[in-house]
Design a protein around this ligand. Structure first.
Ligand SMILES: *Cc1c(COP(=O)(O)O)cnc(C)c1O
Length: 365
């Protein structure tokens, strides 16, 4: 079996032990005589997986007891609409920070639902999102229900190394592409959501972490049942059939994350990966041209750069593929190169890529 080195941005690579466990258990899950896909979501065998996945999210992120962990379908995109549907309108407004494609989409989806109740607090679009806004550029609306931002801009390669200051307003965050890249303090957040397919598991599961006092402010009127956060909290994410197999893989990934030392060890590896890749870029900035203007905003999850010509970009992607490395092409609207170095990408994988970059520079630079 030949596994490639996977730098896809999402869906993305998963830790091999998590997949191997699924392979071993596929036909006969825990002696049930069937796969976990074939078991009722109300059965005790599935319930154990469901509870364990939720408990592991809680444990790995040290989520305090006054938060609920929900597992919802519909991806990050459903959350873009579900959040304002649950919270805004009837006089309630929220601030949005626009730092890239996904952050902007969250803002635009909110505007579809609630119009001007979604306020644009800051944007760096005029600079092609090459940096994050400075604190003094963020215009806050007094009395806002939440302050929304995207912790890691998957396409543009920027990441908030310190989160914006909520100043008492609950933070609402799209963490789809960097949740669990390191430990962080969950308490200032009213809500965090993350599609699993970047850093946690397969597509089809969205992890939502919501604070009880924030949950209590959500509306339930005029919302069909599935769209209410409250129903998922009340039913422990078993209101309807959950994505059982996706949750099972999520469980395997989190169990593996715990086994290697939890998020402290994962952060150490991610920082080492960043040091290796950015070290290479910074030694040859005229060839590996960073798309991020403020170094302090560079992402540890998606490293973006351009080569001197588009032809070289294409050649880089093609030759890397021949060398067993896939997924390096930049996002379709942006171009260039994007190296997604999520948790499942090892330090050795990045070393292999950096050696390839050295060789590519030697023959094409
Ligand atoms: C991939 C991504 C999304 C889109 O997620 P879907 O699950 O496909 O809806 C949203 N936000 C961020 C930050 C992403 O990286």
């Amino acid at each position: 079996m030949a596994r490639v080195i996977n730098f896809y941005a999402g869906p993305a690579g998963l830790p091999l032990p998590a997949l191997e466990k699924a392979q071993r258990e596929l036909l006969d899950f825990n002696g049930a005589g069937m796969s976990v896909m074939e078991i009722s979501h109300r059965a005790k065998e599935y319930d154990a997986v469901h509870s364990e996945a939720i408990a592991l999210v809680k444990e790995l992120l040290a989520v305090p007891d006054d938060f609920k962990i929900l597992l919802i379908q519909g991806g990050g995109n459903l959350q873009f609409g579900m959040l304002p549907m649950n919270y805004l309108g009837d006089g309630r407004v929220a601030d949005y920070i626009d730092t890239g494609n996904w952050a902007k989409k969250a803002y635009k989806e909110a505007k579809i639902v609630v119009g001007d109740a979604a306020k644009l607090a800051a944007t760096t679009e005029a600079e092609q999102y090459a940096r994050l806004p400075r604190p003094d550029e963020i215009r806050r609306t007094p009395g806002a229900t939440y302050l929304h931002f995207c912790s890691n801009n998957t396409i543009e390669g920027t990441q908030w190394q310190a989160f914006p200051d909520g100043a008492g307003v609950p933070l609402a965050c799209d963490m789809s592409s960097d949740i669990m890249w390191r430990p962080f303090d969950v308490r200032p957040f009213g809500i965090i959501y993350a599609g699993a397919q970047k850093n946690l598991g397969p597509s089809g599961v969205t992890v939502v972490i919501i604070r009880d006092d924030f949950l209590a402010q959500a509306r339930v009127d005029k919302l069909t049942t599935y769209l209410r956060y409250a129903i998922h909290a009340e039913k422990n994410s078993l209101y309807n059939t959950p994505p059982c197999f996706g949750i099972y893989i999520l469980r395997n990934v989190l169990e593996y994350n715990k086994s290697i030392g939890g998020l402290a060890e994962i952060e150490r590896r991610n920082r080492e990966k960043g040091r290796l890749l950015y070290g290479m870029i910074d030694r040859h900035p005229d060839f590996f041209r960073s798309t991020v203007s403020n170094q302090a905003d560079r992402s540890f999850m998606n490293v973006t750069f351009r080569l001197p010509t588009e032809e070289l970009d294409a050649k880089f992607v093609a030759e890397a593929k021949k060398a067993g490395m896939v997924g390096l092409k930049g996002y379709r609207t942006v171009g260039g190169i994007r190296v997604s170095t999520y948790n499942a990408v090892s330090v050795d994988d990045v070393k292999t890529l950096v050696s390839f970059m050295e060789e590519f520079l030697r023959t094409n630079g």
